[in-house]
Ligand binder design. Sequence first.
Ligand SMILES: C[S@@+](CC[C@H](N)C(=O)[O-])C[C@H]1O[C@@H](n2cnc3c(N)ncnc32)[C@H](O)[C@@H]1O
Length: 208
Amino acid sequence: MRERLKRKVAENLRHPRGFFGKLIGRFMNHFNKGIIQFTVESIPEIEIESIAEIGIGSGMALKLCAKRFPTAMIYGFDISKTMLSVARRENMKSITNSKLKIDQASISKMPLENESLDVLYTINTLYFWEDPDQVFKEVYRVLRNNGHFIVSFNPKEEMNSFAYPNDLFQFYTADQVGELALRNEFKLISSQVYQDRYEKYICLIVKK
Ligand SMILES: C[S@@+](CC[C@H](N)C(=O)[O-])C[C@H]1O[C@@H](n2cnc3c(N)ncnc32)[C@H](O)[C@@H]1O
């Protein structure tokens, strides 16, 4: 029974669905609040016209991002229809003001023009990328020159693999993600450790 519940939680962290997915969305807001704030605050002070977040969950980071960058156009993508509806409700004001667009899409194929973004960030989605090299290539495609890619994640050494079935979650060390970025032509800007009372995270910033 415990194993079945663990698997259901893991499946809904990867792709929240229905009522249980919404519940998991609430848990994510509580447990991930620190790294969400840290990531949005880490977006560099460059001239920003357009930003995208991929894997928006319930839309907490988008709200902070819209507040921090009131003149930027912001895009939010997620594969989960359940999360899209929650995130739209939470960010209705920015959507109505045409500052934010939220759509269904995967990080491996985004409905964005080549070289159309200044910043792309993603929090707690790395574990679910089926082909990480392909994701770095896709992000490279949509970023402008000097555009920044920010990836926040729990590093492998921190994670109790028993709690997360490895057909659903893949964990990486900070070095492995840095290596992925470098071999896909990004330049390393910074790799910061963020620790809150629940977990340790890496917030990696690379640049095209
Ligand atoms: C663990 S939740 C994290 C949500 C939020 N970023 C946070 O940190 O609280 C992962 C989110 O990423 C979405 N997701 C998973 N794989 C994705 C992919 N390939 N492309 C876009 N979104 C994805 C899920 O639907 C879910 O909303």
